[in-house]
Design a protein around this ligand. Sequence first.
Ligand code: C2E
Ligand code: MG
Ligand code: MG
Length: 438
Amino acid sequence: MAEHDTRIWPPTEDTLPLGLGPAEWAASPTEDSATQRQPGLLLVDDDPFMLGMQSRMLRSMGYSKIGTAGSAEAALALVLAGRAAVDVVVCDLNMPDVDGIEFLRRLGDSGFAGNVILLSGEGPRIIHAVQKLLAGRRLRILGALEKPAGRAALRALLDRWHPLAPAQATDEARVPACTADELHAARQGEQWVLHYQPKVDLQTGALTGTEALLRWNHPEHGLVYPDRFIGLAEDCGAIDALTGWVLGAALAQLSRWHQQGLLIQMAVNVSMENLRAPCFARKVGALVRHSCLSPQDLTLEVTESRVMALAPEPLETLVRLRMQRFGLSIDDFGTGHSSLAQLRDVPFTELKIDRGFVHGARQNPLIRPMLEGSIGMAQRLGLQTVAEGVETEDDWALLRELGCDIAQGFFIGQPMPGEQLHAWLTDWQARRPRESAT
Ligand code: C2E
Ligand code: MG
Ligand code: MG
């Protein structure tokens, strides 16, 4: 290995030499509790000047467990050897030989479950792409900063580190594998549950409707979320029965709310497979009539990636549904590849912007123009706009400024059992943003 690859820089007293063992990182009896709660930091940068400057700045901010490595190889060797308790790696993306992307991939493959701050002179688009590349690994990205990072910005990211935060379980570890037999048993055993998430008018704050979201109340695993079984249901031919159940239960709930004077709408997600069945539009029409509701009370949400493979049969069903005056929503807009083609070809009434373009848009120079563009386009096409993933008051305020019609997300309300909607509404009316009070 070349000499410059393995050097520890700078070998001065204001950084902890990483050649030392873990004991040096552990709290000594004389360390105060504030120091003990500090993360062990490892700065990785090929520029000695930058390394020295960063470590001095961090030390002046009160951090004392600071190590440096002048190359990705040196940093990997150190982390893999377990010679220092590294909690947060602060990493330059542009390094010669092994660049920051390869370094982080290898760090992730090594099982390192610590945190990472990306430091780079690259613009936000590259940093965003790297964050996406690392998603799904055990590495947790605390954030990314453009170089040179200021004290306040670095402090804000380091404050996100928590000494007792458990290592994040991967999706695979958390979720059980489902089988077709289990799906069948779930139907027999009445293990399906619907939760309802409120949708509210951004101008008035009024509740306009709810989206029905399916959960599987699994006897062993508790509530299992739809991403784990909808695909399986489509593959094993159970999706028609499942959607039939969802429609029946959601319309029965809506009918109860209407009887109580809550005149709102219902949105139900439908699978592309459902739309292939020639009788689907007729069956939905019959169900609505049976519930003494009208088609305008129901919006069917179609996920864009599924609409992508639009064949004549699903298009026919969608046109039939629209001719009966059901609402049609293009769900998760922006996540597929053919969104514009689908918008052109299907008589949608609503464009539902994916949460990846909503939460945090005000501060994000990459997604904000996409959000603005989507809302503007929908308005010009005469479509209702719904933003999902509204998680903060700031998200809410921006959408209001941009003229979006409807908001849905954790800021307003989590998906909940139907009987909790009245209590949620009372709470929401008390806390909804003031400028939207009527
Ligand atoms: P979707 O239709 O886009 O539903 C929104 C998803 O985002 C829901 O996840 C909801 O819990 C979640 N969500 C809502 N607000 C926020 C927020 O502010 N932040 C974040 N991070 N997430 C939020 P869920 O319930 O796990 O559903 C996932 C997907 O499963 C749904 O995405 C939908 O495509 C599908 N799905 C749900 N129910 C059904 C169903 O009955 N039939 C079919 N075919 N698909 C369904
Ligand atoms: Mg949906
Ligand atoms: Mg969606």
